[in-house]
Design a protein around this ligand. Sequence first.
Ligand code: F3S
Length: 63
Amino acid sequence: MQTVVDLTRCQGYAQCVFLAPEVFELHGEEGLLYATAVPDDQVERVRQAAAACPVQAILLGEE
Ligand code: F3S
């Protein structure tokens, strides 16, 4: 699985960082983040993070 954060939507709520800290990471003073390929053992956490994002900025895709 892969994941991408739509930075035009992300408002820095950081629910994703709380739920899946091994995948999502805050960068810079803007509080935005980025992500990449999702290890198998993190897939469920990333799904939870996507569901928890208040602005639906987390996009999921199968490889
Ligand atoms: Fe942004 Fe949503 Fe995470 S707003 S910081 S992608 S919870």
